[in-house]
Design a binder for this molecule. Structure first.
Ligand SMILES: NC(=O)c1ccc[n+]([C@@H]2O[C@H](COP(=O)([O-])OP(=O)(O)OC[C@H]3O[C@@H](n4cnc5c(N)ncnc54)[C@H](O)[C@@H]3O)[C@@H](O)[C@H]2O)c1
Length: 338
């Protein structure tokens, strides 16, 4: 079979860590070209990964190359424009998160995808591909914790600068669309729905606690799911250490998916008299295996099977609806129904 010709748009940190090496090692793809308007970033990436063809615009890319697969790795403000252009050129699209800046853009992407039903569309919700999250969801489906009722998520690190991003858009509201709530929270909102289904209500509090930026660097979110289950998430850009991961509590047991310490099943009992019995069983010592390392293979597999992935357009739209409702909730100081 002829290899799929891939292009990566935006040659920054995530392209270097995930998309470019992913296409280079996948046996069904060849990395045909890179795109970045900043010549320095373009040249650096082409030289590092030994890619001959680089373009400073999508127009030049599509005018000169026949492309089957596109990864959108540009700043958030360009995601919709680049995803729609790629769909309109008949490409399969892997779009970085958040899928776009607002719901109007989400609808525009949806329209373009509807016009090209043969194109596979995936959103890079990397946490869904961690071995720990895959195993935890399977354990819930197998009834290992009884009836799950509450999910807690904490995704927090020191923020995108310094040491990560190769350009400075993350702290510019007009280019990023939001702060830590949008950047980290979108993963939490997606993962919460991966485990518990659609979120119906959200209550959000946000603040700028540590960074000198014009957007939130911390957010606390409370969820009520359509099923009646509940959840909460803390996301931030000012955390040097502490828990990162997911806890799911059920009627019989809890799953603790500590991204640094491991995934384990926790059973036991405690009483008001102080009696406490705790039984912990380690399930996966390295629950963050997978993720970026398998993302391109997962996407290419979906293309080869001609199956829209679960982390597809609808998942992207669902997370966008919750994110927009979170900003509305924080602004109005009220719970918002989605
Ligand atoms: N899935 C994940 O785990 C994950 C992790 C980090 C970042 N991301 C997402 O990836 C995207 C890129 O983030 P990053 O950390 O690589 O940022 P970055 O600043 O390192 O890279 C962005 C790149 O896009 C280029 N660029 C700017 N304008 C462009 C345009 N008009 N067309 C094409 N390229 C353009 C910049 O020159 C830069 O090279 C963001 O949407 C971010 O949220 C996802």
């Amino acid at each position: 079979m002829k290899k799929l010709r891939a292009a990566v748009i935006g040659c920054g940190a995530i392209a270097h860590h995930c998309h470019i090496p992913g296409y280079l090692k996948n046996r069904y793809t060849e990395l045909a070209a890179l795109v970045d308007p900043y010549e320095k970033n373009l040249k650096e990436a082409c030289a590092k990964f030994n890619i001959e063809r680089g373009y400073t615009s999508l127009e030049d890319l599509f005018a000169n190359e026949s492309i089957d697969v596109v990864s959108v790795c540009s700043p958030n403000i360009y995601h919709a424009e680049h995803a729609i252009a790629a769909l309109n050129h008949g490409c399969h699209v892997l779009c970085e998160k958040p899928m776009c800046m607002n719901l109007k853009e989400g609808q525009m992407i949806q329209k373009a995808a509807q016009k090209h039903p043969g194109s596979i569309f995936m959103v890079a919700f990397t946490h869904r591909l961690y071995s720990g999250n895959i195993k935890a969801r399977r354990m819930i489906e197998q009834g290992k914790i009884g009836e799950p009722y509450v999910i807690r998520i904490r995704f927090a690190h020191q923020g995108p600068m310094t040491g990560w991003a190769m350009s400075d858009w993350f702290f510019t509201p007009s280019k990023a669309g939001g702060g830590a709530m949008f950047d980290m929270g979108i993963h939490a909102m997606d993962l919460a729905q991966f485990y518990f289904g659609p979120i119906r209500k959200i209550n959000a509090m946000m603040a700028t606690l540590e960074k000198k930026i014009e957007m939130e660097d911390n957010a606390i979110l409370q969820f009520l799911f359509a099923s009646g289950k509940m959840g909460y998430a803390e996301v931030g850009w000012s955390s040097k250490q502490g828990f990162a991961g997911v806890e799911i509590h059920g009627s019989e047991a809890a799953i603790i998916n500590d991204y640094f310490e491991g995934l384990y099943l926790m059973k036991g009992e405690s009483s008001a008299t102080g009696k406490r019995i705790i039984r912990k069983r380690m399930i996966d010592k390295n629950p963050c295996q997978g993720g970026w390392d398998v993302e391109i293979d997962y996407f290419v597999n979906a293309i080869r099977k001609r199956e829209q992935p679960e982390m597809g357009l609808q998942a992207g739209l669902n997370s966008m609806k919750v994110a927009m409702a979170a900003y509305e909730s924080a602004k109005k100081g009220k719970t918002v129904t989605i």
